[in-house]
Ligand binder design. Structure first.
Ligand code: NAP
Length: 255
């Protein structure tokens, strides 16, 4: 028996990185899984790699979470092709880092649109199913950068916004059997942090080693660390936890 037998999980931005790690974990524990990402071919490729259990199914769907029609169509396709929707992980993300005085309108809008508008649109589309069936689990990806980070005025504002959004979902949807929580990762080894290393002109291994050295537990995080927390928050064991933000950062924010 897996914790998610008979459940359908949707993970956005899941063609790689934390999203793919999380989709993998839900599949291992029995869920049918929809992999959403900008490029349908990459989403389908990732969906085909998931370690599905028994009769579970997967599907890869091309979806821009920041576009209303695309987000709504993706949720309806999941319901039609996988037979329902029980879990939504709003993971899709981008960075457009720059010091404030160099940050462009596009840098600001892109980050707000993918993280905040995207989480809003996907959640609004999913919640009508959750409310009707009186069951749903939502996990939104925040970040330690919500607490402030040089060069990330746009990203930290969006990621703190995600925390306020999550608290409000907890208040509004609790009575309908829906739990909503956020995970705020610290440094996780993915293409997103590799791109930051490249932007700073530092090698990936050197960048990861420095992050590990600065961390209380002396290592970087991996997608599996976030997947484990997401699986717990979406499990029925966590049904009395809602509106919270769990920092999964090796204690980084303590420093
Ligand atoms: P990643 O490797 O860059 O993966 C992000 C995925 O999201 C990519 O596949 C990307 O597709 C997709 N995406 C971007 N815009 C999208 C859109 N509009 N609609 C649908 N999908 C879209 O990132 P990650 O490191 O796994 O991060 C996942 C989440 O965790 C993000 O919300 C990020 O902010 C958060 N986070 C990450 C870290 C970290 O250290 N890695 C720390 C804290 C929080 P394309 O490749 O086509 O662009």
């Amino acid at each position: 028996m897996g914790r998610f037998d008979g459940r359908v999980a949707v993970v956005t931005g899941a063609a790689r990185g934390i999203g793919f790690g999380t989709a993998t974990r839900f599949a291992e524990e029995g869920a049918s899984v929809a992999v959403l990402d900008l490029d349908e071919a990459s989403a389908a490729e990732a969906a085909a790699k998931l370690p599905l259990v028994d009769g579970a199914k997967s599907v890869g769907i091309g979806c821009d979470v920041s576009d209303t029609e695309s987000a709504e169509a993706a949720v309806e396709r999941v319901v039609a092709e996988l037979g329902g929707i029980h879990i939504l992980v709003n993971n899709a993300g981008v960075t457009r880092d720059n010091l404030l005085f160099k940050m462009t309108d596009d840098d600001w809008d892109m980050v707000m649109n993918v993280h905040l508008r995207g989480a809003f649109l996907m959640t609004r589309a999913a919640q009508k199913h959750f409310v009707a069936q009186k069951y749903g689990k939502i996990v939104n990806l925040s970040s330690v950068s919500a607490l402030g980070n040089r060069g990330q005025a746009n990203y930290s504002a969006a990621k703190m916004g995600v925390q306020g959004f999550t608290r409000t979902l907890g208040i509004e949807l609790g009575r309908y059997g829906v739990n909503a929580n956020a995970i705020a990762p610290g440094f996780i080894a993915t293409e997103m942090t590799d791109a930051t290393a490249a932007r700073l002109g530092v090698g990936v291994e050197e960048f990861r080693a420095a992050a590990a050295e600065a961390n209380p537990v002396k290592r970087v995080g991996y997608p599996e660390d976030i997947a484990a927390a997401a699986a717990f928050l979406c499990s029925d064991e966590a049904s009395y936890i809602t509106g919270q933000t769990l920092y999964v950062d090796g204690g980084a924010k303590l420093g």
